[in-house]
Design a protein around this ligand. Structure first.
Ligand SMILES: [Zn+2]
Length: 122
């Protein structure tokens, strides 16, 4: 299967990893909408949110709570939006959740992905 996110999970494509466990993987978006734009994906290939099993939804909810706290603390922000797309607006057809610090109160990414990654990984 020619899926860029499956390749990232399998280590065939590089990524800036934020978190990983047996079920999910989180990494920096390479084209961030805002500083600290992180993608959280299930390791199993689900095309979109319609396919998700209840178990993975529950697990992703737990992980996104932890990642939200961690990102807000490290980036020193007081707002974070979580979203996902479906249908034509979903670019990569492997379900992914966007974690977007300060989405509604910033006017876009100001730093490079690598600069923000260094802050998050400290
Ligand atoms: Zn995939």
């Amino acid at each position: 299967m020619d899926c860029i996110f499956c390749k990232i999970i399998n280590g065939e494509m590089p990524s800036k990893k934020i978190y990983e466990d047996e079920l999910v993987y989180a990494f920096m978006d390479i084209e961030p909408t805002v500083d600290g734009h992180v993608l959280l994906i299930p390791k199993k290939h689900y095309t979109d949110f319609m396919e998700l099993d209840d178990d993975i939804i529950i697990h992703m909810n737990k992980v996104r709570k932890e990642l939200t706290k961690m990102l807000m603390e490290k980036l020193n922000v007081k707002a974070l939006s979580i979203s996902f797309n479906y249908g034509d607006s979903q670019v990569v057809k492997h379900f992914h959740m966007h974690l977007l610090p300060n989405l509604l109160i910033s006017d876009g990414a100001k730093n490079t992905v690598d600069e923000v990654y260094q802050i998050i990984k400290k």
